[in-house]
Design a protein. Structure first.
Length: 132
């Protein structure tokens, strides 16, 4: 979970705070393709749209081990619920352009370049988190 939380911390620089000065190079220390490429695409999208979120608000997150789950030789799997219902996306004028939601995530990690990295993930919208 610490590795995933570090990736979120780095992503929040632009996803929440609108800091598009550069794609955080540290993400390549904790993410690998194809997940890294997806995150980079999201960065480019947010940058083009100039979206951010209200100051001081972060998504609520529940993270649990995902025993028995594996994908493409993964070493570790996590499942998570991410609640962004209190974290809308705002345009440059502060207008809401995207409401938040509740998503279920499956996250897969494996050793690459000597480090454990998040390399694959899925997410889909849900009505209620199955992890609480």
């Amino acid at each position: 979970p610490i590795l995933f939380m570090r990736s979120l911390e780095l992503r929040y620089r632009y996803e929440l705070r609108g800091d598009f000065s550069e794609f955080p190079p540290e993400l390549s220390e904790v993410l690998a393709d194809p997940y890294l490429s997806w995150v980079r695409q999201m960065y480019e999208f947010y940058r083009e749209q100039n979206w951010s979120s209200p100051e001081g608000i972060e998504p609520a997150m529940v993270i649990r081990p995902y025993p028995g789950a594996s994908r493409e030789g993964s070493d570790v799997a996590l499942q998570a619920c991410q609640d962004t219902t209190q974290v809308p996306a705002l345009d440059a004028n502060g207008q809401v352009v995207s409401e938040g939601g509740l998503d279920y995530l499956e996250l897969y990690f494996k050793r690459m370049d000597g480090n454990l990295k998040l390399f694959y993930g899925t997410h889909h919208g849900i009505e209620q988190c199955p992890l609480v």
